[in-house]
Design a protein around this ligand. Structure first.
Ligand SMILES: Cc1cc2nc3c(=O)[nH]c(=O)nc-3n(C[C@H](O)[C@H](O)[C@H](O)COP(=O)(O)OP(=O)(O)OC[C@H]3O[C@@H](n4cnc5c(N)ncnc54)[C@H](O)[C@@H]3O)c2cc1C
Length: 461
């Protein structure tokens, strides 16, 4: 079986390796570096920058631990250099995985000719034609930059340029208070930039639990990050030195730079979908069936290109499912539990339904919660802000959970498994959790669902 994959982001590259492991002869077409948005300008570089900001914060607070360090400062140029080195190493890692699994990498831009043929405009000139039994489309997404915002990549930038700034701007307006806006906003704030975030929705992180969003707001306020919610940008004026933004309520904001973080759009440009009759929805997502096959038999699509959450772990899971299905399996592309993570400080992580979503769906539910403040490990590491909240249905099955606090993104795995497997709070609460660890907060929240948390501090009314 011959397979051609267009795009080597997490969707495409994991599909390639899985298909090769299952015995296919695989060729991947990639116009930039392997690893896609996630590795080159997304998940990995943002978290690398945030790791440096974390070291800075810990270092500035070292005295609380009896450790003294008089010369703490951050050098953005070196932080970016570290990030670049780390990314390059991981890019080489994927290239090595391709090589060791017998996956052929063709560097160029792919275009569909028919259901079995991809024509590639090679990066170093010339054309190559690839003929295969099946094709996978995994060309991902690009930032949304409406004309109103006058994106120029210098004064008005997206996350891509933000990740490589050599020095922090004095001030920055961030349009969009979702994951990218919050992560980069806090990063640049810690580098010394005066940040103003403008969010259209009534809260930051609009798809997260209200309580969680409130706590992030409080933390941002403490760090002097200005947050304007329920407002939007109506006009933008860009000069050589500044950006002036007019908001819907008539107020104006001025800053040295503006970062657009209003979302991403799937990228199918140049793939020639129309000629093949591949169905696309009104938002430009390629339509797929439960097996991730498009409306044209033998052509599959995954990741940001289809209508599923724009997340690397979703893209890679879909890549693996598509590879298996291309090779004769019959796996469903429907996801039972999708973890959502925000790498701010404190971190935010959630899975399944929020309380509000449960209310909208008319589900009768109960919650259990536990504050990190009451936990030995949180006190030990000096990170006591935040809580674990668990939502169960009438049968005690865990249908949602959110964590705000230290290592929330790693802690979430246990609750993702619970939602995926349909575990009850009672069953998961029976599991012995090691002491002293942050995971005990999950155990206590599970016990709290039934009013049995030993260490939860109840306020006397
Ligand atoms: C700043 C930022 C931070 C993020 N942080 C996280 C995070 O922490 N966790 C998380 O889960 N997700 C995160 N994401 C989202 C994540 O990066 C994407 O969901 C993921 O990369 C999508 O994978 P994909 O394989 O669908 O597409 P992509 O990663 O976008 O890869 C598509 C690839 O296709 C290539 N391509 C496109 N057209 C062609 C063509 N015609 N021919 C050849 N090659 C082509 C592109 O060059 C690209 O390499 C973040 C995104 C951004 C922007």
């Amino acid at each position: 079986m011959k397979i051609t994959i267009i795009g080597a982001g997490p969707g495409g590259y994991e599909a390639a390796i899985m298909a090769a492991k299952l015995g296919a002869e695989v060729t991947v077409v990639e116009k930039k570096r392997v690893g896609g948005t996630c590795l080159n300008v997304g998940c990995i570089p943002t978290k690398a920058l945030l790791a440096s900001a974390d070291v800075l914060t810990t270092s500035l607070e070292a005295e609380k631990f009896g450790v003294f360090n008089e010369h703490t400062y951050a050098d953005l140029k070196q932080i970016v250099e570290r990030k670049d080195k780390l990314v390059s190493g991981l890019v080489k890692g994927i290239e090595f995985l391709f090589e060791s699994n017998g996956v052929t990498l063709v560097r160029g831009t792919g275009r569909l000719i028919d259901a079995h043929t991809v024509s590639v405009e090679l990066n170093d000139g010339g054309l190559e034609t690839l003929v295969s039994d099946k094709i996978l489309l995994a060309t991902g997404s690009v930032p949304i930059c409406p004309e109103l915002f006058q994106y120029d990549g210098v004064r008005v930038i997206t996350s891509t340029e933000a990740l490589s700034l050599q020095q922090p701007p004095k001030s920055m307006i961030i349009v969009g208070g979702g994951v990218i806006g919050c992560e980069l906003g806090q990063f640049f704030s810690r580098m010394g930039t005066q940040i103003t975030i403008v969010e259209m929705a009534p809260q930051l992180l609009p798809s997260e639990d209200e309580d969680v969003a409130k706590q992030v707001m409080r933390q941002f306020k403490r760090e002097k990050i200005k947050v304007i919610t329920a407002n939007s940008v109506t006009a933008v004026a860009v000069s050589d030195t500044e950006v002036v933004v007019t908001l819907a309520d008539g107020k104006t904001l001025t800053a040295e730079m503006m970062l657009l973080a209003i979302g991403r759009a799937s990228f199918a440009s140049g793939l020639n979908l129309e000629a093949l009759g591949i169905a696309v929805d009104s938002r430009g997502h390629i339509e797929v069936n439960d097996r991730l096959e498009t409306s044209v038999a033998g052509i599959y699509a995954v990741g940001d290109l289809i209508n599923s959450p724009y997340l690397a772990h979703v893209a890679s899971k879909e890549g693996i499912i598509a590879a298996e299905n291309m090779l004769g399996h019959n796996k469903s592309g429907a996801h039972k539990a999708i973890p959502r993570c925000v790498y701010t400080d404190p971190q935010v992580a959630s899975v399944g339904l929020t309380e509000k979503e449960a209310q909208i769906k008319g589900i009768k539910y109960k919650t259990g919660s536990f504050d990190f403040r009451s936990l030995g490990k949180a006190q030990i590491i000096g990170k006591i802000q935040g809580q674990v909240k668990i939502i169960v249905n009438q049968e005690d099955v865990i249908i949602g959970a959110s964590i705000i606090g230290p290592e929330a993104t790693d802690l979430l795995a246990e609750l993702t498994m619970a939602v995926h497997l349909g575990l009850t709070a009672e069953a998961l609460g029976e599991v012995i959790h090691p002491h002293p660890t942050l995971s005990e907060a999950i155990m206590e929240a599970l016990h709290d669902v039934h009013g049995k948390s030993i260490n939860k501090v109840k306020m006397r009314l």
